[in-house]
Design a protein around this ligand. Structure first.
Ligand SMILES: *[C@@H]1O[C@H](CO)[C@@H](O)[C@H](O)[C@H]1NC(C)=O
Ligand SMILES: *[C@@H]1O[C@H](CO)[C@@H](O)[C@H](O)[C@H]1NC(C)=O
Ligand SMILES: *[C@@H]1O[C@H](CO)[C@@H](O)[C@H](O)[C@H]1NC(C)=O
Ligand SMILES: *[C@@H]1O[C@H](CO)[C@@H](O)[C@H](O)[C@H]1NC(C)=O
Ligand SMILES: *[C@@H]1O[C@H](CO)[C@@H](O)[C@H](O)[C@H]1NC(C)=O
Ligand SMILES: *[C@@H]1O[C@H](CO)[C@@H](O)[C@H](O)[C@H]1NC(C)=O
Length: 659
């Protein structure tokens, strides 16, 4: 039995507890002078915007309420909470940005071990998904990361200790009157509002999104039953995290309100700071000042016009009506000329099958780009080609090199890509120009390229056949992610050329045998090339090396023969070293066998890219290679091989014999 005193003391404690939690109610209509715990590149601008990331690449930025809040009742139940905030995402190149903003509730504000870019500065590749993280998040994600099963490049997700979202959906809202779903684009330079409401009784979490200024839509975007009882600790910090990866993007929060055990107070839109806009102010004022001397200027203008006309010839580009729709994707030749310092040899990054690639820095944005000059005489089919290139360029996938835009000149097409600081994979494999990669790095690159290719084959609205998969077309970003470049480019040779004389593009050693027969590139011919690529990465050598012994000249043949003799592992790159755990040995063997499977001379027997990804992820067991598996590239081909391919192979062999 309680004594009277104990009884009052108990209520006193309860009262303390309640008052402590009811204290947790704050509102920031703009952050001027706000006491926030900021980390990383986050800052508060003079206007009162919380700028989480600025335009520096691969940075993390955080803003947390300075003191932890009580998230559990005395009985250990997770309390209800409610929060709303207004954010804005400003990319430097229209509609291209990364990676987004996360509303975070976390046991700590120390994220020094976390990775930027796709990990949102909250996790790293070791602890993603670990229940000891104690991190809850609502992500506004603008990049498709297949490794986290992202649904698209514009979604809202609920994250529980992991970036593999518990629930996610495409960004948008349900209209109150019609009930219809309205899409929203997160990276649109526009302010949007988010509401996060958690009901501790029902364990119900609602996330709602809307353009700024609307009343909160009645139907939430996401509504999930979530058990946060083991995630939430007694005291947790609440705030925001944001990162950018390769894209120059600024992420802002304009205002924020939070309340424990009740509905967050509404923001006062009139007090919120404005997002920075591209400044056009001062034009009329400047005009008034300049007017009196405009006559003088007029004369100067005529002189400069003459100079301009001369210059224009130099910078002449082709521009037709149908191109106007591509607005931001069209670059002026002048900008590209300037950015590459006049296509100087010094800026040359490389020269491939399709043309020369130069490094450039765009004049206004200072964005580093790679400019590819493709010579192209035929104007026939150009319209369709450009339409395709631009539409493929709108793909955003972490394992594809981003196409930013293009420019046309007479006989020349210039394609502008995101710059990849670490260059192409072949340099790391066998050029000796770069340090060699360890197994974990190689395997990550392989999985990345597989997922990029799967995306091209199956997940885009039309099937895109790459046609030239090889290590030198795989570029590495600053975090050594593999990114497939040059996609879709091979089609250039289809449009415009006479279909009677189909031009086979691709590279020797990666060409599927049926290609020489049918001349038709398919997803299966891509899979063949991907198989050659797998062997290339594991063995650290080119598919065809004529200066080796006849047995080893053709990589596929050599690996196949070694497999038949029971020592397939001996073909792996010696520079991988011997220090493996058993698990890695198994993976090396798996990738080698998968390479053989993909390089099956029978197109129908090759796996699809979806299966390839499942084999690599371990979601599907790799089938045994058929005992009679024969590659036409084996030095002693038996029946079932493809004559035309082998004749080209043997002509290569005889070529080497003559050396
Ligand atoms: C971004 O923020 C960092 C840290 O505050 C600063 O050093 C850097 O100059 C900023 N960059 C830009 C482009 O504003
Ligand atoms: C989760 O993290 C803890 C602490 O860092 C670690 O001890 C544990 O092994 C991790 N669990 C898994 C499954 O990685
Ligand atoms: C909204 O977005 C989805 C997914 O991106 C798309 O399938 C749909 O066509 C869009 N709807 C409208 C009306 O734009
Ligand atoms: C979530 O949304 C549903 C549907 O509008 C509503 O009935 C419920 O009360 C909401 N829950 C919370 C916690 O806001
Ligand atoms: C995910 O959100 C949708 C939309 O609110 C909802 O219908 C669905 O039940 C949720 N799924 C889970 C697993 O909570
Ligand atoms: C290239 O990758 C290495 C890791 O091997 C990294 O340390 C370096 O920063 C990258 N280089 C550039 C220019 O980003």
């Amino acid at each position: 039995m309680f004594t009277k005193n104990q009884f009052f003391f108990f209520f006193f404690l309860l009262f303390l507890k309640l008052s402590a939690s009811s204290d947790d109610d704050f509102i920031f209509n703009g952050f001027s002078g706000a006491n926030l715990n900021r980390e990383g590149v986050a800052s508060i601008t003079s206007d009162g915007l919380l700028q989480l990331t600025n335009r520096t690449q691969n940075k993390k930025g955080y803003g947390f309420y300075p003191s932890p809040l009580q998230f559990k009742s005395s009985s250990g139940k997770v309390l209800s909470f409610s929060s709303t905030f207004v954010f804005g995402i400003l990319p430097e190149v229209p509609y291209l940005g990364g990676n987004g903003i996360v509303f975070v509730i976390s046991k700590t504000t120390d994220f020094s071990d976390a990775t930027a870019s796709q990990f949102f500065g909250l996790f790293n590749d070791r602890n993603n998904g670990n229940a000891t993280n104690h991190v809850f998040g609502v992500e506004l994600d603008t990049v498709l990361n297949p490794e986290f099963q992202d649904i698209n490049n514009n979604h809202v997700g609920i994250d529980i200790n992991s970036l593999d979202s518990y629930n996610s959906t495409s960004a948008g809202y349900y209209d109150d009157s019609s009930g219809s779903f309205q899409n929203l684009t997160l990276i649109s330079n526009k302010e949007m509002q988010v509401w996060v409401d958690f009901d501790g009784e029902k364990n119900e979490l609602n996330v709602t999104l809307s353009p700024i200024g609307m009343t909160k839509p009645k139907k939430p975007l996401l509504s999930s039953i979530v058990d946060l009882s083991s995630l939430m600790l007694d005291e947790m910090y609440v705030g925001f995290s944001s990162t950018n990866g390769g894209f120059h993007t600024s992420h802002y929060v304009l205002g924020w309100s939070f309340k424990m055990n009740g509905e967050a107070r509404a923001l006062d839109y009139t007090k919120l700071p404005k997002l920075p806009v591209i400044s056009t102010k001062g034009i009329s004022k400047a005009f008034a000042i300049w007017l009196p001397i405009s006559v003088v200027l007029f004369i100067l203008l005529i002189i400069s016009a003459i100079v301009m006309i001369r210059r224009r010839r130099k910078f002449a580009e082709l521009l037709e009506d149908w191109e106007l729709q591509y607005g931001p994707h069209r670059f002026s030749y002048k900008d590209l000329y300037k950015s590459t310092k006049g296509f100087k040899e010094k800026e040359l990054l490389g020269a491939g099958g399709f043309g020369k690639v130069y490094k450039g820095v765009l004049p206004n944005s200072k964005l580093e780009v790679a400019v590819k000059k493709v010579s192209h005489e035929s104007r026939q089919g150009m319209k369709q080609f450009v339409a395709e290139i631009v539409s493929i360029g709108q793909l955003r996938h972490r394992n594809l090199v981003q196409l930013l835009g293009y420019c046309r000149r007479r006989g020349e097409l210039l394609l502008v890509y995101d710059f990849m600081p670490n260059g192409s994979l072949d340099k790391f494999l066998y050029d000796g120009a770069q340090p060699t990669l360890n197994w974990a790095q190689r395997f990550r690159i392989i999985k990345g390229v597989a997922s990029g290719l799967l995306y091209l084959h199956e997940d885009w609205e039309q099937v895109v056949v790459h046609r030239d998969i090889k290590a030198s077309n795989v570029l590495l970003d600053s975090e050594l992610n593999g990114r497939l470049g040059d996609f879709g480019l091979a089609r250039l040779y289809d449009h415009g050329t006479d279909p009677q004389t189909t031009h086979i593009v691709g590279t020797m050693g990666y060409l599927a045998p049926e290609l020489s027969r049918t001349g038709k590139a398919t997803t299966a011919t891509d899979v063949f090339a991907f198989g050659a690529f797998l062997l290339e990465v594991v063995c650290g050598r080119r598919p065809v090396e004529l200066n080796l012994d006849l047995e080893e000249q053709l990589l596929i043949g050599w690996v196949l023969m070694s497999w038949q003799r029971g020592h397939i592992l001996e073909t792996r790159d010696v520079s991988l070293g011997d220090e493996y755990c058993d698990y890695e040995v198994e993976l090396v063997e798996l990738v080698l066998k998968l390479g053989l499977l993909c390089s099956n001379p029978m197109a129908a027997a090759r796996p699809s890219m979806r299966q390839v990804v499942q084999y690599l992820e371990g979601d599907l067991a790799l089938p045994e290679l058929p005992a009679g598996y024969v590659s036409c590239a084996t030095p002693s081909p038996s029946e079932g091989f493809d004559k035309s391919f082998c004749s080209s192979v043997s002509s290569l062999s005889s070529l080497s014999g003559g050396r």
